[in-house]
Design a protein around this ligand. Structure first.
Ligand SMILES: NC(=O)c1ccc[n+]([C@@H]2O[C@H](COP(=O)([O-])OP(=O)(O)OC[C@H]3O[C@@H](n4cnc5c(N)ncnc54)[C@H](OP(=O)(O)O)[C@@H]3O)[C@@H](O)[C@H]2O)c1
Length: 333
């Protein structure tokens, strides 16, 4: 039998239930992976609370991000062998190039694709990438959603440019690390003094308290502005991002932490030639390019805390409190 956590009959962190199922075997073109570690994303929290898709059919196994080891191979699979260390792709059908809507909708951790919060996952062989040798399974499990999104959002950033990241959650800390790897300097906004200090230890060029300084965009403007903004705040941050971005710069629209509906000053967009670019995670190709860079620089993702598999509800509650810096992970025995 293999263990899993699922949203059983009702949504909510209190209704996550532990269960066991018979292990399934890989069919043609598939592999079976023993999941060793998972990481949690803000989206997973929305899924479990029923805020992502209240009509989702239950029971459902959540979590988009998992890493582990190939334990069985189906027919016609040549790319993998038993024992290979692998990480699941967020949108497994998006292999590269421009995605279709269908490729974007088929993402792990929400219907139609079940999630990673289980010991064994059987899925198409094309939806995995090789784990960089220098990473633990927990570090590898931080990558599929947050880091690939950050990498994709940083496309085209050049050495010497300025990148602004909002807050110190999974996407933003990955963006801080990856932007520095590209030779950019990074401004970090955070509500916490301790987290601002940690961001400086990671190499942030400037840090700003966005609570004490709600007009933080002006501060960024005074520092010369940002060539690229990693916009995860949503409704409450987009207008400050428009102030913070340089002429000709780009705002990568990624997150909606403070809401989805905002009135924006279109004059700022057109007068300053600013691009607003929506970013949806990334393809397998993005993932592999990022892993090549991570490997070359032996970069280690920031793991805030690792919970045991049995503590999944506590891990979700911890993420919900927003006390984390970087990523929250689960270890599966
Ligand atoms: N488009 C995509 O493909 C994609 C992919 C991944 C994530 N996302 C979205 O991106 C957002 C962030 O995801 P995540 O997983 O990184 O979340 P997370 O790890 O939960 O990050 C939360 C952190 O964001 C900061 N924050 C919260 N409200 C803020 C605000 N109003 N202004 C600035 N910072 C704020 C806080 O940092 P401090 O404690 O330092 O203040 C908080 O700790 C979510 O909306 C998520 O759904 C989108």
């Amino acid at each position: 039998m293999t263990r899993r956590w699922q949203i059983e009959h009702e949504f909510g962190l209190d209704h996550l239930a532990h269960s066991e199922g018979a292990p399934s075997e890989p069919g043609r073109g598939q592999i079976a992976v023993r999941i060793r570690a998972c990481s949690l994303n803000y989206r997973d929290l929305l899924v479990v609370r029923g805020e992502y898709d209240p009509r989702m059919e239950l029971p459902f196994v959540p979590l988009s991000d998992g890493a582990g080891e190939v334990v069985a191979i189906g027919r016609d699979v040549e790319e993998w062998k038993v024992g290979d260390r692998v990480i699941g792709c967020f949108a497994p059908k998006w292999q590269g190039g421009e995605p279709t809507k269908a490729m974007l909708r088929a993402a792990r951790g929400a219907p139609p694709l079940g999630g990673m919060l289980r010991e064994r996952v059987v899925a198409d062989a094309e939806g995995w990438v090789r784990t960089p040798d220098h990473l633990s399974d927990e570090e590898a499990a931080t990558l599929p959603c947050a880091a690939v999104t950050a990498w994709h959002a940083l496309e085209g950033v050049r050495a010497g440019e300025t990148v602004l990241v909002q807050g110190t959650g999974g996407v933003s800390i990955a963006a801080l690390q990856l932007a520095q790897l590209k030779g950019a300097r990074v401004i970090v906004t955070s509500s916490s003094a301790a987290k601002r200090e940690r961001a400086e230890e990671l190499g942030a060029w400037q840090v700003i308290d966005y609570v004490a300084d709600p007009k933080w965009g002006k501060k960024v403007e005074a520092l010369g502005g940002a060539h690229r903004v990693i916009e995860v705040g949503g409704a409450e941050t987009i207008n400050e991002s428009l102030r913070a971005v340089r002429v000709g710069g780009q705002i990568a629209v990624i997150g909606i932490l403070s809401g989805v509906k905002a009135q924006i000053a279109l004059t700022k967009v057109l007068m300053n030639g600013v691009s607003l670019r929506g970013v949806m995670v990334g393809s397998r190709e993005h993932f592999e390019q990022m892993n090549a860079a991570i490997t070359a620089h032996e970069l280690k993702p920031v793991v805030d805390r690792v919970f045991d598999f049995d503590e999944a509800p506590e891990a979700f509650a911890y993420l919900a409190r927003g006390a984390h810096f970087g990523k929250v992970c689960l270890r599966l025995g």
